[in-house]
Write a protein that binds this ligand. Structure first.
Ligand code: SAH
Length: 388
């Protein structure tokens, strides 16, 4: 319904790294340029016997102008470009399909050099557009309401693969290298658990924040975790950190164990203690968010709303709660709560001093919405009719 597919993708350079078996083994020796900081790029070119400023030139080309091949960096000598192509790759993600939702949301299904699926979503919004990136191919967590869980963990993505997702989405949305009109927000809410790939995640955030590159500062980035408590505590200690969101989905351990098995490892009290610790690192005006997927007749009763509010109040957390209507996808056994139910749930939270916001689903018709990323192409998609 209104979903369009365009697997040709006008920008051929995105698809240029096309590995066969031979290329695959060669790839191992290739350095992923998009995953290098400016300092690392300087060292890299030095090791190739070139002056440091060549590193800055490459950084500028890849991270600022968002070029996708060495041939396009015409201010580098030709023989140096040839040498670089032998040892490094700028574009390692290959675009398989691009889906456009009736609401303008775009989903990119890509493959890594070793054929692992990577999905990225571009969400146009009135004030500022958002790019939702993946931190892992598949996901090891087994949240029962999320389709990505069905893939299992294929592997962690590298910092370069995280950065490349953003470059591909920006180039497609605004044009190759064209400056983003209103800036862009990033959310680490795609496939995978970002806090189980913490180092690569933080490195990618450092790289995209570089003022000589994409210049998307950590203040414009939000990462979402299913509740890896030690990493929440660690994030709190990082000076230039992104914002935090935590997926709750249930107000009791009993139900959360069932919906999000990671809860058995870090139960609610432990998780919320870590959140309390994180709260100390909040800047003036900054808040963090709890996400609560609304599953019809499972976690959406008035009683559960009261319990949720009491739980947050007991830990005296000043966070807000985003209520996300469940995005249905075969074969998940859930239905979204009705609008009235969500509103009633929200009002109960408010009456107890907890701010609740209802999130509008985006890109459901192309399986781009929260919890729907499972590397599916439209031929496998049964498009859900949405109530208007
Ligand atoms: N692993 C991380 C990030 C990915 S999930 C995490 O759990 O936070 C991003 C958000 O999508 C989470 O808040 C999750 O609760 C929500 N989500 C997952 N499946 C969903 C579904 N089917 N419908 C609506 N939201 C869903």
């Amino acid at each position: 319904m209104g979903a369009a597919r365009d697997s040709s993708f006008g920008n051929a350079s995105v698809a240029q790294w096309n590995p066969g078996a031979v290329l695959e083994s060669l790839y191992m020796a290739h350095t992923e340029i998009a995953g290098l900081t400016k300092a690392e790029l300087s060292t890299f070119v030095e090791e190739l016997g070139e002056p440091i400023y060549r590193g800055q030139q490459i950084f500028n080309a890849v991270q600022h102008r968002r070029v996708r091949s060495f041939e396009q960096i015409t201010n580098l000598p030709k023989d140096f470009r040839a040498k670089l192509s032998e040892r490094a790759a700028i574009s390692t993600l290959r675009l398989e399909s691009r889906y456009v939702s009736s609401d303008g949301t775009r989903r990119y299904l890509m493959k890594t050099h070793d054929s692992r699926p990577v999905e990225t979503v571009f969400i146009p919004e009135e004030r500022r557009d958002t790019i939702c990136f993946s931190s892992q191919s598949g996901c090891p967590l087994q949240c029962t309401f999320c389709l990505t869980a069905q893939l299992g963990l294929l592997r962690n993505l590298t910092a370069g693969e995280i950065v490349e997702q953003i470059i591909v989405a920006l180039n497609d949305a605004y044009g190759d290298g064209v400056k983003t009109p209103r800036g862009t927000n990033l959310v680490g809410m795609g496939a995978g658990e970002p806090f189980l790939n913490f180092d690569a995640l933080l490195k990618a955030i450092r790289i995209v924040g570089d003022p000589d590159g994409l210049h998307i500062v950590p203040n414009r980035v939000t990462v979402s975790t299913a509740g890896i408590a030690p990493r929440i505590r660690e994030l709190a200690t990082i000076a230039d950190r992104p914002h935090l969101a935590i997926s709750l989905a249930a107000p009791t351990d009993e139900l959360r164990n069932e919906l999000m098995p990671i809860n058995k490892k870090w139960p609610l009290d432990e998780l919320l203690d870590a959140c309390k610790e994180f709260e100390k690192s909040l800047k003036p005006g900054e808040r963090f968010t709890f996400e609560y997927v609304m599953l019809k007749d499972v976690n959406d009763s008035d009683e559960q709303a009261r319990r949720l509010a009491n739980l947050l109040n007991r830990h005296s957390l000043r966070a807000k709660v985003n209520l996300i209507p469940h995005n249905p996808a075969e074969p998940l056994p859930y239905q979204p709560s009705s609008e009235e139910r969500v509103e009633s749930f929200r009002e109960i939270l408010e009456s107890k001093g907890v701010h609740g916001f209802v999130r509008k689903p985006r890109g459901r018709d192309i399986l781009a919405a929260c919890g729907q990323l499972a590397a599916r192409s439209t031929s496998q998609v049964s498009i859900q009719q949405q109530p208007r």
